[in-house]
Each structure stands twice: as structure tokens, then as C-alpha cells.
Design a protein around this ligand. Structure first.
Ligand code: AMP
Length: 360
């Protein structure tokens, strides 16, 4: 029986396991938290992500290893890759865990980005508007997620407060993009180089956290997004699911960031696509043929943030599916999601409207 190792035992690991059991797979997750939510489904190695003994166990017991977030130790992943196949390739992790190297990679592949500069000192920050204009964003290069570790600088008066909050770490400055839409493209590539793309997701955030992701089959921006994602997949000799987050400005796309893993904006693929992103990630890393990525009707995903709503209210609605991650409820934490499906935009809109009424 094939055992897949997953570094990180959160909801992404949980949903990978749920997709993998029908394929006869076993899972071993490495996570320091005693109550990590994949532990209810998978064997759990409770140890720090870079713990040498735990990594050795993963290498011994798993035929292939993947990871579910970018803030894992790059050095630990690289060391593991010498012993056991690990996908997506550590080179993708290396590029994506530092916002500066990520944007340099985009540029080297001809993928447009917002203007950006490294910020290494208070003086760099004071001078940044000369290149970036006003307003601009300053972000930590590492360990940022869900809008954490960033500060919007509207005028020179904001510079000092931003430095007080974020100074002392490696930073990047980015011009503020007045986008019309935020989109993400999810692509998947297997070891033989077969590539497939899901329909674009159109994403709405609240307080920096993804709130709503809608499938957009046949979107006019899809060919451009696929072209950019394909450049990354091929350049990195990538294996697995890759998410590329994009800003759309007057029909043009700018790359914001990439995630070398399954992604929150693709959760709708569980019910809204022929093969989910989770199953396709597993198929890719196991060198199996990819499943069809065609949409099944229209779909939208709404995150449950902080609390899980009453399931009766959710499940009595037609076309609505609930996913509860079995995590402790805490403000700002993703604890589950609902997927709404419909055959037409009009019906989807009405179903979303009803769903929002029962969400906290
Ligand atoms: P990030 O952590 O880079 O994904 O940023 C979180 C959210 O902040 C994004 O989804 C956007 O809504 C917003 N954001 C990030 N960078 C920019 C930018 N350069 N211009 C405008 N909005 C941005």
C-alpha cells in the first residue's frame, strides 16, 4: 500500500486524505500541534517540522512526500528530497517562500507583476514612493499569509508607523494595484509533463482572508492566466497543483503570488469539477494520469471564518455542500467552507444570497 507523507496537518492535508482514500492511499502527517485537524483521519507524527528524527521516519515510511503550506523549513525539505521523492519540487518552495525571489522569478519568465523593490532599511522605505508612487504596500518577504505582515502606505506620514511595525525584517515594497478583480488559476502537472488547468477562480477577500471564490468557466482572462501558469509549471519542472494569484486591471493580468500546493481558492473543485484539485495533486505526485478538470455546472465556495454555522441551516438549502474541518473555533481562523453549485448564474446568485443570510 502506498503511504503519502504530508508536512503540515491542517485542512489541506485533511482534504488530500479524503481524496486519497478511494485510491487506496495511506497518509502520514507531520505537525507539531497535538490536535491538528488531519490527525483525526491520518496517522500523525507529532513533532516540529524540522525535527530530524520525525523527518527520517517520514523518509523511511513514505513512498512520496508533499507539503501543505509554504512556511515549512526549506532546508528540511531539501534534505528530505535527497532521500525520498518530494513534490512540488523544493525549487518551487524556495521561490515562493520569499516574495522577492518569487517576483524575480515571475519577471524572468515574462510574467508581469506590480512594480516592486527590496526594502532593506528605513531609508529605502522613505525613498520607495519615488519608484512605486503613492499609495504603496510594504510586506514582509517571508512568513506572510492571509494579508498578515503587510502595511499600506498612503502618504509620507505613514512611513514611520510601517517601519515601527515591520522594520528589522527583510521587506519588499509593491505599488498598490487598483485592480477590478482578483483571480487565481490552478494548474496541475504530473511527472510525465501532462498539464491541465481548472477554470479561473474569481476571489473576494475580507480583512485579507479569502471569503468567496467563484468558478469562472470560459473567462476572457483564462488564456492569459494559463499561459503565465504554464511558464511556471514548465520552468520549475513542476509536479502537483500550483496556484497563481493574479490581479486583473483593465483586462490585463499582474501576478501577485504563487502557492506550490493545493489552494483555498480551488476548494470548489471538490463538487464543481470533474476531478478535485486534491485528487489531481495526488495523481500528479504519484505519476498517475491526471483527471479531467472540466467544471460541473457553476460553483462558488464560501469560507467559514471563526465559527461553523448551524449545519441544518446550511444543508437544507438546495445545491449546498458543507465541509467542516474539525478545528477549534477562533476568530479569523478558517474552520470550514460551503460549496454552492447551480446550473446557471441566476440560480447560483440566488443560492449564494440565501446562504449568506444564515452565515454569521
Ligand atoms: P497577499 O498576502 O500578497 O496575497 O495579499 C493579501 C491581499 O492584499 C490580496 O489578496 C489583495 O487583496 C491585497 N493586495 C496584496 N498586494 C496588493 C497590491 N500590490 N495592490 C493591491 N492590493 C494588494
Amino acid at each position: 500500500m502506498t503511504t503519502v507523507g504530508i508536512v503540515g496537518g491542517g485542512q489541506l492535508a485533511r482534504m488530500l486524505a479524503l481524496a486519497g482514500y478511494p485510491l487506496g492511499l495511506r497518509f502520514l502527517v507531520l505537525d507539531p500541534a497535538p490536535d491538528t485537524c488531519a490527525a483525526g483521519l491520518c496517522e500523525h507524527l507529532k513533532a516540529p517540522y524540522a525535527d530530524p528524527q520525525a523527518l527520517e521516519q517520514l523518509a523511511q515510511r513514505c513512498q512520496v512526500i508533499t507539503y501543505e503550506f509554504e512556511n515549512v523549513s526549506l532546508e528540511a525539505i531539501q534534505a528530505l528530497a535527497a532521500k525520498v521523492p518530494i513534490y512540488p519540487p523544493p525549487s518551487a518552495l524556495a521561490a515562493s517562500c520569499d516574495r522577492l525571489s518569487e517576483k524575480n522569478l515571475f519577471q524572468s519568465l515574462g510574467i508581469p507583476t506590480p512594480k516592486f523593490i527590496p526594502i532593506d532599511s528605513f531609508d529605502d522605505l522613505k525613498q520607495a514612493s519615488k519608484i512605486l508612487g503613492w499609495p504603496f504596500l510594504v510586506k514582509t518577504r517571508r512568513y506572510g499569509y492571509d494579508g498578515k505582515g503587510q502595511h499600506l502606505i498612503r502618504t509620507a506620514a505613514d512611513v514611520e508607523a510601517a517601519w515601527e511595525r515591520l522594520g528589522g525584517q527583510a521587506l519588499i515594497g509593491e505599488s498598490f494595484v487598483p485592480f477590478q478583480r482578483e483571480l487565481s488559476i490552478l494548474g496541475v502537472r504530473n511527472k510525465r509533463g501532462q498539464i491541465a488547468f481548472y477554470p479561473l477562480s474569481e476571489n473576494t477577500h475580507k480583512h485579507g482572508i479569502l471569503h468567496l471564490a467563484r468558478s469562472r468557466p470560459d473567462d476572457p482572462s483564462s488564456p492569459q492566466a494559463q499561459d503565465y501558469a504554464r511558464r511556471l509549471l514548465e520552468h520549475l519542472d513542476y509536479v502537483g497543483v500550483l496556484a497563481l494569484e493574479l490581479f486583473e486591471v483593465h483586462g490585463h493580468l499582474l501576478a501577485n503570488e504563487m502557492a506550490p500546493r493545493v489552494h483555498n481558492s480551488g476548494h470548489w473543485t471538490i463538487e464543481g469539477a470533474e476531478t478535485s484539485q486534491f485528487e489531481n495533486h495526488l495523481r500528479a505526485i504519484l505519476d498517475l494520469p491526471l483527471g479531467a478538470t472540466e467544471p460541473v455546472g457553476l460553483a462558488a465556495m464560501v469560507n467559514f471564518i471563526g465559527t461553523v454555522p448551524d449545519l441544518t441551516d446550511i444543508l437544507e438549502q438546495p445545491g449546498v455542500h458543507a465541509h467542516v474541518y474539525a478545528k477549534a473555533e477562533r476568530p479569523g481562523r478558517k474552520v470550514g467552507h460551503a460549496t454552492v453549485r447551480a446550473a446557471s448564474e441566476k440560480i447560483l446568485e440566488a443560492r449564494l444570497h440565501r446562504l449568506f443570510k444564515v452565515l454569521p
